[in-house]
Design a protein around this ligand. Structure first.
Ligand SMILES: Cc1cc2nc3c(=O)[nH]c(=O)nc-3n(C[C@H](O)[C@H](O)[C@H](O)COP(=O)(O)OP(=O)(O)OC[C@H]3O[C@@H](n4cnc5c(N)ncnc54)[C@H](O)[C@@H]3O)c2cc1C
Length: 474
């Protein structure tokens, strides 16, 4: 987690600053994937843009992420030989994961717009995309996960920052947006920033894009909106303290599906390193402190946070073998976990029991039963299909994990232009929101998150927000 400065609560004011320090067409709050994409789009549409970011060095949840972005029908996907994917198929996958509870309009919009957005970032701003074809994340019916060549969120953010710098867009750091100044028509006229040392500056704008993500870093809001995850470890960016939702509340903006979130059931404990769920998809299992499986690991890593936290001590052990250990080397996070000493190796089941402190008899029974599932001789009572992958074989590897809250998925209600809606369904004239600041496409439950829904709306809706905001400059 990155450090965040403490600051006064976000507020709105009906006073319009007479002499702002800076004026711009489009002001973007937040320099994650969403804000940087929005800035590039507004710039490409001819607007003058300023991005403000509270941290000294932008990182956001974007840099903590794996950086995997799902998109159908891109040039990169076609180059990878996949030609039977489209927005309709992707939208169906999103809604299947959310059990039909995600906002229909936003799902269709995201599924339709993310492909063109990634192609545009490649063509106009030099981002390079690779499609990950070596595994399928739960719920995706096609290989459509895109990543930059380094396969990390950190590199994704670095490449977006480089594009913003190349475009000559000012990115003002250590600039914590605090007060939105609205006129009588609820048009945002300016934003006041707090600066290090207690200074304040005001930027006047013709349109404002809220790209300051959700409320995972605000324990009070988590307890209020997602009580089931109150007290859970938050493993997103600490500076995402719910400012968009708090401004929205003060302004009478629509706020949708605030109980929605993404969890993860595989965070190395106590090291705090993500262990990719791809390992589960390829054959790894999770056992609890009693050495027994407790769930269908293919249900989804988000809801698995709840399943893991419900186990004794709120922990689980991921068990893999040499085949999966070799596969895991392709994931930078996994290599980080190795370097942190989180992975334990064991030559046989007895050694695995000794390395983990789990009961040998229970472990043996679990592994023998899973081998029966893999051979197709028995059916898993949790419903996971183990056939198609070899049974786990010695030597084994184990990592202790816990469940965590990664980010929130509810947020401000927006229309197809990413314009923020009021509670009565009308629109605010020049206020736009996207990414984690706006409602996502995961529905109201932790189980509704399909892999990649976070960066999906950060980039697809970020681009739309930037374009729409630019149109307000005249
Ligand atoms: C460990 C982890 C792994 C993940 N992996 C994936 C993945 O592989 N694929 C995927 O799709 N999603 C993933 N996600 C989710 C994804 O990271 C987020 O959905 C996405 O980064 C949101 O982008 P954003 O630009 O909205 O927010 P952020 O990247 O968090 O950026 C928001 C920025 O706003 C700044 N800010 C906040 N308030 C203010 C303010 N008042 N004034 C100024 N600045 C402010 C913050 O400091 C921050 O820099 C993951 C998340 C985590 C935590």
């Amino acid at each position: 987690m990155s450090g965040a400065t403490t600051a006064a609560a976000p507020a709105i004011s009906r006073e319009i600053p007479a002499a702002p320090d800076i004026e711009t067409d489009v002001l973007v709050i937040g320099a994650g994937a969403c804000g940087l994409t929005a800035a590039l789009a507004a710039h490409d549409a001819g607007a003058e843009v300023v991005v403000v970011e509270r941290d000294a060095s932008p990182s956001g949840s974007t840099s903590m992420s794996s950086g995997f972005i799902p998109a159908p029908a891109t040039a990169a996907q076609r180059a990878a030989g996949i030609s039977d994917d489209d927005a309709g198929r992707f939208a169906a996958d999103i809604q299947a994961k959310a059990k039909g509870t995600a906002n229909e309009t936003l799902v269709a919009l995201a599924a339709r717009e993310i492909g063109p957005a990634l192609d545009w970032l490649a063509d106009a701003h030099g981002l390079q995309w690779q499609v990950l074809t070596d595994f399928l994340y739960p719920g995706h019916s096609r290989h459509r996960m895109h990543a930059v060549p380094e396969r990390t969120g950190e590199a994704l953010l670095a490449r977006l920052i480089a594009a913003v710098e190349a475009a000559g867009i000012p990115l003002v750091t250590e600039a914590h947006a605090q007060v939105l100044h609205l006129d009588e028509a609820s048009t945002v006229r300016a934003v006041t920033l707090s600066r290090p040392g207690g200074g304040r500056e005001t930027i006047a704008c013709k349109a404002l894009v809220l790209a300051c993500n959700g409320y995972g870093g605000n324990p009070e809001l988590v307890a209020r909106f997602i009580p089931g995850m109150a007290g859970a470890l938050y493993y997103g960016h600490a500076g995402n303290t719910g400012d968009a939702v708090l401004w929205g509340e003060a302004m009478g903006a629509a706020r949708w599906q605030l109980s929605g979130c993404q969890g993860h059931g595989s965070l190395a404990h106590p090291h705090g390193v993500l262990i990719s769920w791809a390992l589960m998809m390829e054959g790894a299992i999770q056992v609890n402190a009693e050495g027994r499986r407790f769930s269908n690991e293919h249900g989804g890593y988000s809801e698995q946070a709840v399943n893991v936290l419900a186990q004794p001590g709120g922990i689980a052990w991921n068990i893999l073998d040499a085949r999966l250990y070799a596969f895991a080397q392709g994931f930078p996070d996994y290599r980080d976990a190795m370097a942190a000493g989180a992975i334990r190796e064991a030559g046989d089941i007895a050694a695995l029991a000794a390395a983990t402190g789990l009961a040998e008899s229970a472990l043996r029974e679990t592994l023998e039963t899973v081998a029966e599932f893999a051979a197709g001789r028995k059916a898993d009572p949790f419903g996971r299909d183990f056939t198609g992958r070899p049974a786990l074989q010695a030597p084994f590897f184990a990592v202790k994990v816990t469940g965590a809250l990664f980010h929130t998925q509810g947020g401000l209600g927006i229309d197809e232009s990413a314009r923020v809606l009021a509670e009565d369904g009308s629109t605010f004239p020049n206020l736009f929101a996207a990414g984690g600041a706006a409602c996502g496409v995961s529905g109201p439950d932790i189980s509704g998150y399909l892999s990649g829904n976070g960066l999906l709306t950060a980039i697809a809706f970020g681009r739309i927000a930037g374009n729409s905001a630019a149109s307000r400059r005249n």
